[in-house]
Design a protein around this ligand. Structure first.
Ligand SMILES: NC(=O)c1ccc[n+]([C@@H]2O[C@H](COP(=O)([O-])OP(=O)(O)OC[C@H]3O[C@@H](n4cnc5c(N)ncnc54)[C@H](O)[C@@H]3O)[C@@H](O)[C@H]2O)c1
Length: 350
């Protein structure tokens, strides 16, 4: 008989979904569907501070146990698997509590952590308890991105020079963190050497934190290749990434089409997308990892580096200077979302 895993979800999502920039996307519903689609997992509990959200979630997924407090849930139910679907500011404390309570696998939403100090805290929890963590940069499982990475890495457009993308109307973290993670993916997860970031911050808030109106990150990988991400403005279409090589370009359009342009001409490939399937894959990978398999592409080792890149871009904007990676001891003391610093500056007229 195969082992069964008990799962819980913290932050079960708005009772009514919204497409707003700022929250209400009910991403927990994708996690619940994935757990319930895996015969080896029993989704036992939901946790939310909002009683209406909790009731709607329990009713929709027929989840037997509901809690208003995640510490109580951890103590009373001792789950094997926990999904964290709250906003970024809460992730590190929930991970640390889960790890201390003996949770084996945590699937955490992005953006991963609020500060370098929070990242350190998560690192300590991993070292101490061996808890396995995945972060939902689910595009690592999308066939179009895998194809683009393989082409870029294999020299289909010559030597990699620069990945460029703009995200119309979005920021460097809530949406941009996916794109920063993809740029690392296209470079075989090689280390990032340095980052320049700049941000225009006014009064915007969402997902429990200050958000920029417009920001830019520019960075270089070890061994060559750069990335430029314009959060706020589209480049070459709202969903397009362009990978530039010495002998051509690869464009990923709308996440399902890969277009390669070289002197030999244009080649276009179409891929199907099933977003729901991506969370199923995460759950399957987590079980395999817990049972002795290798760390998945969405595992902590790599995801910590994507979070570091994201935070470093904002820290660069705060300092008005280049930030060299890995982060140094002084950086690791920073214990708040760096965009909050920029928002306070703006408010006080600095
Ligand atoms: N991976 C992806 O593609 C993807 C897609 C959408 C959203 N997200 C991310 O998922 C996260 C959640 O976003 P959403 O729009 O689904 O959120 P949401 O607003 O639908 O749900 C968040 C839930 O967390 C609950 N909550 C807040 N504080 C809590 C606490 N202390 N304990 C328990 N519950 C608490 C809220 O009441 C709410 O029900 C965000 O970080 C977002 O960036 C990821």
């Amino acid at each position: 008989m195969e082992k069964k895993y008990k799962a819980a979800i913290i932050g079960v999502g708005a009772a009514k979904a919204s497409g707003n920039k700022g929250g209400g996307h009910q991403i927990a519903y994708a996690h619940a569907t994935a757990y319930q689609g895996n015969p080896r997992v029993e989704l036992e509990s939901g946790v939310d501070i909002n009683a209406e959200n909790l009731k709607a979630f329990q009713h929709k997924f027929n989840v037997p146990k509901g809690f208003g407090d995640y510490q109580r849930m951890l103590k009373e139910t001792r789950p094997d698997l926990v999904s964290i679907c709250t906003y970024v500011g809460l992730h590190h404390a929930m991970i640390a509590a889960g790890a201390a309570a003996g949770v084996k696998g945590i699937i955490c939403e992005k953006p991963f952590v609020i500060s370098p100090a929070a990242l350190k805290e998560v690192q300590r929890a991993v070292q101490k308890t061996g808890v396995k963590i995945q972060v939902c940069h689910i595009r690592r499982y999308l066939p179009s991105f895998i194809r683009a990475r393989d082409l870029y890495q294999s020299g289909a457009v010559g030597e990699p020079l620069m990945c460029i993308a703009g995200i119309a109307g979005w920021d460097l973290s809530e949406w941009g963190s996916h794109w920063l993670d993809m740029f690392r993916f296209f470079h075989g997860d090689r280390a990032v050497r340095w980052v320049f970031g700049q941000a225009r911050v006014r009064g915007l808030r969402g997902y429990g934190h200050a958000m920029e109106d417009h920001a830019v990150a520019y960075f270089e990988f070890d061994g060559g290749g750069k990335g430029i991400l314009d959060g706020g403005m589209a480049m070459n279409g709202p969903w397009t990434m362009t990978l530039v090589g010495t002998q051509g370009t690869i464009r990923i359009e709308r996440e399902d089409t890969v277009v390669v342009d070289t002197a030999a001409g244009r080649k276009t490939e179409k891929f199907s997308i099933d977003y729901g399937q991506l969370w199923h894959q995460m759950v399957a990978d987590m079980l395999a990892w817990i049972e002795g398999g290798s760390e998945p592409v969405t595992g902590f080792t790599s995801m910590a580096k994507s979070a570091e890149l994201n935070l470093a871009a904002y820290i660069s904007a705060v300092r008005g200077d280049r930030v060299d990676l890995p982060l140094k001891d002084a950086d690791e003391q920073i214990d708040e979302w760096p965009v909050e610093v920029l928002a306070r500056r703006k408010q006080s007229g600095q």
